[in-house]
Design a binder for this molecule. Sequence first.
Ligand SMILES: Nc1ncnc2c1ncn2[C@@H]1O[C@H](COP(=O)(O)OP(=O)(O)O)[C@@H](O)[C@H]1O
Ligand SMILES: Cc1ncc(COP(=O)(O)OP(=O)(O)O)c(N)n1
Length: 270
Amino acid sequence: MTVSRALTIAGSDSGGGAGIQADLKTFQELGVFGMTAITAVTAQNTLGVQGVYPLTIEALKTQIDSVAVDLQPNAVKTGMLFNAEMIQLVAERIRYYNWENIIVDPVMIAKGGQSLLQEEAVEALITSLMPLAKVITPNIPEAEVLTGMKIQTFEQKKEAAKKLFDLGATFVMIKGGHDPNGEVVIDLLYDGQRFDTFEGVRKETKHTHGTGCTFAAAITAEMSKGKSVREAVKTAKAFIQAAIEDQLGIGGGHGPTNHWAFKKNNITTV
Ligand SMILES: Nc1ncnc2c1ncn2[C@@H]1O[C@H](COP(=O)(O)OP(=O)(O)O)[C@@H](O)[C@H]1O
Ligand SMILES: Cc1ncc(COP(=O)(O)OP(=O)(O)O)c(N)n1
C-alpha cells in the first residue's frame, strides 16, 4: 500500500478552523497522511485572534528536519510563516531537500483583522519563497499586497495573475472569496499561458473561517497523490464548496467550515 504524505508548515489555530488544524483535517478526509511543522501558536476562536506566540527558528528547523529525514513528504504546504527569518529558513530547507510539490498559501491577515505575517516579511515571501512554489494561492487582498495593484475587475485579476506568475511560481491561483459581489465565486488559475476558472455558488454565510487554509490543504493533499495541479484544484474546489455549504454553525463569530462534508456526501470529482 502506498501512503501519500503531506507536510504543512504553518501556525496552530486553537479554535480548530484554520491553520495546522484545518490542514490536518483536510489531509485526513482526503486519505493523506498529514505531518506538521508549527511556526507559531495562536490563541484563536471564531471571534478573533487573542494571542500570537511564535516558536524559535531552531524549533521550526528541527520539526522540518525530523519529518524530512524519516517520513519524506510527497507535497509540502506553507501557511502562516509569521516573519522573514522563518520564511528564509523554510525556503532554505525546501532547496536542501529538493522538494518540488510546494504549495504556498501567503497568509497575511486573519478574517478578524489580526496580522499573521510581519509587514517587513512580505519582501522575503516574494524573493525567497514564491520562486520555489508549484502553486501559490493568494486571496484578493494578499494578491493586492504582492502585486501593489488594486483588483476590482476580472481583467485586473488576470493582470495580477500575470504579475504574480512573474515572481516565479509555476501556477498562480487567485481565490475569489473576497470579490465584492456576485452569485458565483470564481477562482482563477494561471500557468503563464492559459487561464482556467473554477466556479462555485456563493453561499451567504459568516461561517468561512479557514476557507483559504482548507482549500490550499486540499490542493496539497491531491498533489501528494500525484494528481496534476488542475485535477487537484478541481477536487479542492469541490471540497471547500461542500465544507462551506454544509455549515456547522458553531461559535459566536466567523465559524469554521465543515471538513467532514466532502466525504460524508460522497462527492467525487475526477
Ligand atoms: N461565501 C462563499 N461561498 C462559496 N465559496 C467561497 C465563499 N467564500 C470563499 N469561498 C471559496 O473558498 C476558497 C477560499 O477563498 P477565500 O475566502 O478568497 O480565501 P481566504 O480564506 O484565504 O481569504 C476559494 O475556493 C473561494 O472560492
Ligand atoms: C494559524 C492561522 N493560520 C492561518 C489563518 C488564516 O486562515 P484563512 O484560511 O485565510 O482563514 P481566515 O482567518 O481568513 O478565516 C488563521 N486565521 N490562523
